[in-house]
Design a protein. Structure first.
Length: 104
């Protein structure tokens, strides 16, 4: 199980990343590719927010998420209740990010 999968298990929200169709067909794909990030409520299946990013923005977000996940797991390994720490901190960070940049 990956680092982010461990932290995301039991979360109410799910982030889905996909390449925007057609944006990767150019020889200059690193410049023109677009990644769509969608926040979905797992229990209802409702899309709560969406954002289109360029490759640089996606890589920065990926680094932020994996860094936060590593920090949460490290913190939870020293805590008496690891489930409480991982769910509350990660949910807050992802929701904050999606709330700032929502296009939908």
């Amino acid at each position: 199980m990956s680092l982010t999968a461990k932290v995301a298990s039991g979360q109410e929200k799910h982030l889905l990343f996909e390449v925007q169709p057609g944006s990767d067909s150019s020889a200059f794909w690193k410049v023109v590719v677009r990644v769509v990030c969608t926040k979905i409520n797992k229990s209802s299946g409702i899309v709560e927010a969406s954002r289109i990013m360029n490759l640089y923005q996606f890589i920065q977000l990926y680094k932020d998420i994996t860094s936060q996940a590593a920090g949460v797991l490290a913190q939870s390994s020293t805590s008496e209740d690891p489930e409480e720490n991982s769910s509350s901190v990660t949910s807050c960070q992802a929701s904050f990010w999606m709330g700032r940049y929502t296009n939908a």
